[in-house]
Design a protein around this ligand. Structure first.
Ligand code: UDP
Ligand code: MG
Length: 309
């Protein structure tokens, strides 16, 4: 039985050597393994480090993407290449504690198809990112019905889950959400997020916002219902106002009311803008998907059989 570890990395040269050493040590004692690194368009010398490591240890393989496509695409690249009977996905910065890997493998051997690392605590994080995460997971749960509280990408997947994953045709994937959607026999394993051992977080606010929007619009069309909902609420409001205006007119008190007009214009204006924005987000999503472009392009491979794309 072979385990493939999928490790996405983007400009992680500061920590890669330590990560490789730690993983080699742990995996050496546990099972037959391979480490599959996905270099997500690093601009530092991460690829050179991986090449050197791959020459020393043939169990280390790597894919180099042609530019930075983002962690989600990097995970897709790994999942499409991984050969093992089970795969484990973990970050390259050792924030996902590799010491838990043997326990994950044991649970898999007991018959679980998905072993999910769930954050016991979110580690050192700013109040802003804690709050943003809370809002995002709240909205995601409301719209998609899947609760991802404290979920992470640190997961073990049985080969059959990986094969099922490969059937997903969508371009904009959200690994955490999709793996919850897939079901299978699963179990959670709590872990404490470690401090980053080197380098810094590669997620900018812009990247996170884009991921959140594509995760929600990719999972549920419910936000679109805001359009008929606003229409309904405003119709009732306008009906009441129309009756009142008519009564005023009939009783000869119809001139004043400039403030009402301004407020009404603002109200209708914002309702239209909100509705259009919702529709625009979905059209953008459809546009991105319909082009059918590949999720990523590979520029180099290391210790991997050539695969027809
Ligand atoms: N990562 C990636 N592509 C990106 C951003 C991040 O492959 O565009 C990788 C990164 O190298 C790391 C993992 O995704 O292995 C998690 O990223 P990071 O540690 O920066 O995120 P955080 O832990 O701050 O959420
Ligand atoms: Mg990290």
């Amino acid at each position: 039985m072979k385990i493939t570890l999928i490790i996405p990395c983007f400009n992680e040269s500061g920590i890669l050597s330590k990560t490789i050493c730690t993983l080699e040590q742990i995996m050496h004692e546990v099972a037959d393994y391979s480490l599959l690194f996905v270099d997500d368009g690093s601009t530092d010398d991460s690829w050179e480090l991986l090449t050197k490591a791959g020459q020393q240890n043939p169990k280390i393989s790597a894919i180099r993407l042609s530019r930075n496509y983002g962690k989600e695409a990097a995970l897709c690249a790994g999942l499409e290449q991984a050969e093992g009977d089970a795969v484990i996905i973990l970050d390259s910065d050792l924030q996902h504690p590799p010491e838990l890997i043997p326990e994950m493998i044991n649970l898999w051997k007991q018959g679980y198809d998905v072993v999910e690392g769930v954050k016991k605590s979110r580690g050192k994080e700013s109040l802003f990112s804690k709050l943003s995460a809370k809002i995002f997971y709240g909205l995601f749960k409301k719209f998609s019905g899947n609760s991802l509280d404290n979920a992470s990408d640190f997961k073990l997947l049985d080969r059959k889950v990986v094969l099922a994953w490969r059937q997903f045709k969508e371009r904009d994937t959200f690994f955490r959400g999709l793996s919850a959607w897939m079901g299978f026999k699963r179990i959670v394993i709590p872990f404490v997020v470690q401090d980053r051992e080197g380098g810094e977080s590669k997620w900018s606010f812009r990247k996170l916002l884009r991921l959140s929007i594509s995760a929600i619009t990719g999972f549920s069309a419910k936000p679109l219902l805001i359009v008929p909902l606003l229409t309904f609420i405003l119709s009732i409001f306008f009906l009441v106002l129309a009756v009142q205006t008519l009564i005023n007119w009939c009783s000869g008190r119809a001139v004043e009311g400039f403030t009402t007009v301004i407020l009404l214009v603002l109200l209708i204006g914002s309702a239209i803008m909100i509705s259009l924005s919702m529709i625009a987000l979905y059209i953008a999503n459809i546009f991105n998907e319909i082009k059918g472009r590949p999720r990523y392009l590979v520029s180099e491979q290391l210790n991997l059989p050539d695969k027809e794309q």
